[in-house]
Write a protein that binds this ligand. Structure first.
Ligand SMILES: NC(=O)C1=CN([C@@H]2O[C@H](COP(=O)(O)OP(=O)(O)OC[C@H]3O[C@@H](n4cnc5c(N)ncnc54)[C@H](O)[C@@H]3O)[C@@H](O)[C@H]2O)C=CC1
Ligand SMILES: NCC(=O)COP(=O)(O)O
Length: 317
């Protein structure tokens, strides 16, 4: 997919689940002067009404209107709005592909309510991969000096071991290595790779995925010059001494890596989808239905996600 876009083109921000904190976080974007124009995608009346309730100044916030299907009540997601949420992603993606937008930044969506509407959906990551015809992408969350990538994303824990294949792991490491160079400007990335099992399998006595899958892939890619360390026991991979000098850390599954990242960097963390033909960054948190409509949710992750999108877009030119 060939994308033609200029860094100066606007960044589109999808406001996410209308009953969640996304709309009110997007309104806070108006409080800063950004070096690139921003366009917030969502229902104008919803944004105006949240701004009024919370006493937020919308300033000159540029809104690209997309109508809700049903009224949105803060804290109470409605499956009737599932298509609205996905239409925002489709519109933002189409604009990134055509070059209208230089990048997309996503506020959180509520995955289960989309599924309740009868639409199979596991996350933006997989959705954008499918809708750009990309066979493999990599989820990476960054913050507090960590860059945590995942070998598998949104799937049941019982399905993780079989999802970690030599071909999949090799593709993941190639994307991670390539995007650390191209999106983050790291010439020779040093990547720590976690094992799947406790103690990285204890020499095969506590699981064989390290021996049968992970080690052969690492050995193969090392012959190409990639700096790969591991498989390391995941419980000590994130200790200070082991992390020293690393550029990224590859976890084998969602909570193995993201629990650490969110402990270290929940306020400032960002999520980047690597391997896509477009630039997509996101917040590191979810819809926080408990905070929606209260004005108490922090917009710092959204601000960091916009900053990251600007940074990556500038590198691409
Ligand atoms: N990028 C996305 O679209 C993401 C969507 N989700 C979805 O969000 C929904 C809720 O997920 P949860 O696991 O409950 O995680 P969550 O991140 O929505 O909430 C977890 C805790 O963090 C707090 N929190 C979240 N964002 C905050 C913010 N900006 N400022 C202050 N406190 C904040 C919440 O109040 C709650 O106590 C799920 O449907 C999940 O799939 C989760 C993560 C990312
Ligand atoms: N926990 C991270 C997460 O769920 C983000 O998912 P996605 O919607 O960015 O794919």
């Amino acid at each position: 997919m060939k994308i033609v876009s200029k860094t100066s083109n606007p960044i589109v921000v999808t406001s996410g689940e209308p009953a969640g904190i996304g709309p009110e976080l997007c309104l806070q974007l108006a409080s800063r002067a950004w070096p690139v124009p921003l366009v917030v995608l969502g229902d104008r009346d919803l944004l105006v009404s949240r701004a009024r309730i919370l006493g937020l100044d919308m300033g000159a916030l540029d809104i690209l209107h997309l109508p809700l299907a049903a009224p949105a009540i803060a804290g109470q997601p409605n499956a009737a709005n599932a298509n609205y949420v996905l239409q925002m992603l489709d519109r933002a993606l189409a604009g990134c592909v055509s070059g209208e937008f230089s990048a997309m930044v996503t506020a959180p969506v509520h995955k289960s309510i989309i599924n309740d509407a009868g639409i199979s959906f596991t996350g933006h990551t997989e959705y954008l991969a499918r809708h750009t015809g990309t066979s493999r992408v990599v989820m990476l969350l960054a913050g507090a000096g960590l860059r945590v990538a995942l070998a598998t994303t949104h799937l049941a824990l019982k399905d993780v071991p079989t999802a970690i294949t030599q071909a999949g792991l090799e593709a993941t490491l190639r994307i991670l290595h390539n995007d650390l160079q191209n999106k983050f400007g790291i010439t020779r990335p040093r990547i720590l790779v976690a094992g799947l099992n406790p103690h990285a399998g204890e020499g095969g006595h506590m699981g064989r995925e390290e021996i049968d899958v992970i080690i052969p892939v690492l050995n193969r890619l090392r012959t190409e010059g990639m700096q790969l360390v591991g498989p390391l026991p995941a419980d000590t991979l994130f200790t200070k001494n082991v992390l020293a000098g690393s550029d990224a850390q590859l976890a084998m599954y969602h909570d193995q890596g993201l629990a650490v990242l969110k402990y270290a960097a929940f306020d400032e963390g960002i999520n980047v989808t690597l391997g896509l033909p477009i630039i997509r960054t996101s917040v590191d948190h979810g819809t926080a239905l408990d905070l929606a409509g209260t004005g108490r949710a922090s917009a710092s992750s959204l601000f960091a996600a916009v900053d990251a999108a600007i940074h990556i877009a500038r590198r691409r030119i």
